[in-house]
Design a protein around this ligand. Sequence first.
Ligand code: G1P
Length: 292
Amino acid sequence: MTKRIRKAVFPVAGLGTRFLPATKAIPKEMLTIVDRPVVQHVVDEARAAGIEHFVFVTGRNKAVIEDHFDMAYELDDTLAKRSKTKELDGLRADLPAAGATSFTRQQAPLGLGHAVWCARDIVGDEPFALLLPDMLHHTHGKGCLAEMIDAYNKHGGNHVAVAPVPEDQTHQYGIVGVENVDAKVSKINKMVEKPPKGTAPSNLHITGRYILQPTIFNLLAHQEKGAGGEIQLTDSMIALSRQEPFHAVRFDGDIYDTGSKIGFLTANIAYALDRGDLGPQLRAEIERLIEG
Ligand code: G1P
């Protein structure tokens, strides 16, 4: 019997230097994909997977993320008085239940592993989900985390979502080797963070969705700095994989790295094209622009 995954961690402390000057005063996670902040899309994915408690690891200048997931009383009141029912219902549907969010701060930018470790007391002694908000997982099927929870309920242990990347990009990611490359869920037999060019065990990269056992926190507590001089989550996952089973779940949808300008722009187009109220008109506009 596996323990239920109730909590999800969202590391949102990053500075967003790739997106300056837009991110000088606005956290990168609050930039919008169509009309929802990036971080809201990722919280939507977690909610769709049944997550009940949302843990944000923030940093300085990120207070607006906390405001976003709180009720805006004056706004609600004004919308109600103006009979803007649709807008009000939308805000209410997005609002997490009272007490279902937690915020803690990563005091210094020491790496993803350190950010996750900062959530240890809030998560406690239970397996949890981890979602990197930069990476949007777009699908018309079940969400990526929901698929991973299905795999977890069957196999237990630890899971990462993976997807192929071009060989010349493997050095930018965590890469896994698996027992069966074609399987939807496969045992991982190798993991490496940002392998030097030509040394990757496969072209399957870790896409930014994880289900981890709480044992990871003890390993992170003693983790030495790795690639880029940062405390790397992958390095502690390698240690964990020596003690507990680790599976890769292949994600077949589209992944957008919204921390990159191209990823961000493409995600906006992809998500808008999907919308009944915007898609047809946007398609016509894009065609007009391309045809010149
Ligand atoms: C992090 C992880 C890496 C993963 C990537 C996905 O790297 O360390 O394993 O593949 O996210 O975006 P970062 O993007 O923080 O360098």
